[in-house]
Design a protein around this ligand. Structure first.
Ligand SMILES: C[S@@+](CC[C@H](N)C(=O)[O-])C[C@H]1O[C@@H](n2cnc3c(N)ncnc32)[C@H](O)[C@@H]1O
Length: 285
């Protein structure tokens, strides 16, 4: 499998995304619409739960889960938008939350939030964590962002860059959309399967990556390039098997949370540090 693309295609796609978000996020109202359609107020409430979810994921992945929670832990929001989830993280008492985004307009809105007075922000090139420092974060997460990136190579570059920003033992949690009842060959255009590298003509739900059951292994493999103990967690959004269907989403749609850790945290906790699994001796069958 060769997923290398010319830099030009990556840059072209980033330019398209940046332009789309910058142009449609000038006013706060427009920016909120880009983040959550007409439902920003409900989305802001939901952020309280989403913030707890990602922090819990980081906490339960520590070697010693009985250690006190460190309110100084450093957190990075990828594709932070107007700071919807960052504000919720800060409200939980974690004030060291920084944000990166491809759109300067979005960052402008987020950085004016009084709740985020402690936060640092960086505008990115669209396929990295921008100026976020290497090796400093305990947790990085991303909501409603990776699903809008139709280029696999862009997603891979972002995952690598977030691994670099994390400390050893740090946790990444990515939110994606999952379509459990169809295969990748049935994804309606202009949406794409996880393995596709497509520069679209639009973004933000106009051309998304739809994860399907036959692509779960590929999602995990892209994470495993830099993360260990990869977990794919499907969150059932609907109480019946059909889910809800609309013209835009004619099939069942769930959330997929993809988590991973930098370094041997879970294996040390699961097997202890004395076991000889780290040496990398060749396995003979
Ligand atoms: C739908 S909004 C979600 C904002 C925020 N994560 C939230 O959940 O409220 C998507 C955000 O991702 C940003 N974004 C999209 N593609 C990006 C990329 N390639 N690199 C960095 N940010 C990106 C957009 O500028 C926008 O702010």
């Amino acid at each position: 499998m060769n997923v290398q693309m010319s830099d030009n295609a990556l840059e072209m796609y980033s330019d398209l995304q940046r332009k789309a978000y910058d142009e449609r996020s000038k006013s706060r109202t427009d920016a909120e619409f880009m983040v959550a359609g007409a439902g920003y107020a409900a989305g802001r409430v939901r952020a309280g739960y989403q913030a707890q979810f990602v922090i819990n994921e980081a906490l339960r992945r520590r070697v010693d889960i009985t250690a006190p929670v460190d309110p100084q832990m450093r957190i990075l929001d990828f594709g932070c938008g107007v700071g919807r989830v960052m504000e919720a993280v800060a409200e939980l008492g974690f004030e060291n939350v920084d944000g990166v985004d491809i759109s300067a307009a979005m960052i402008e809105h987020a950085s004016s939030s009084p709740l985020l007075a402690n936060s640092r922000f960086w505008v990115t090139d669209g396929h990295s964590a921008g100026g976020a420092p290497d090796g400093q974060y305990d947790l990085a997460y991303s909501f409603i962002c990776m699903q809008h990136i139709s280029m696999r190579q862009t997603r891979i570059d972002i995952i690598r860059s977030l691994a670099r920003a994390l400390k050893p033992g740090g946790t990444l949690v990515l939110e994606l959309m999952y379509y459990p009842s169809i295969l990748s060959s049935q994804i309606p255009l202009p949406h794409v399967a996880w393995t596709q590298n497509r520069t679209s003509t639009d973004t933000n739900s106009a051309a998304d990556v739809w994860v399907t059951p036959d692509m779960l292994g590929e999602v995990a493999d892209d994470m495993r390039l830099w993360f260990r103990d990869v977990a794919l967690q499907e969150i059932d959004m609907w109480d019946n098997v059909a889910g809800t269907q609309s013209e835009r989403y004619p099939v069942r749609q769930n959330v997929l949370l993809v988590s991973g850790t930098v370094g041997r945290v879970l294996s040390d906790r699961y097997m202890g540090t004395e076991v000889p699994y780290a040496a990398g001796e060749p396995i003979t069958r």
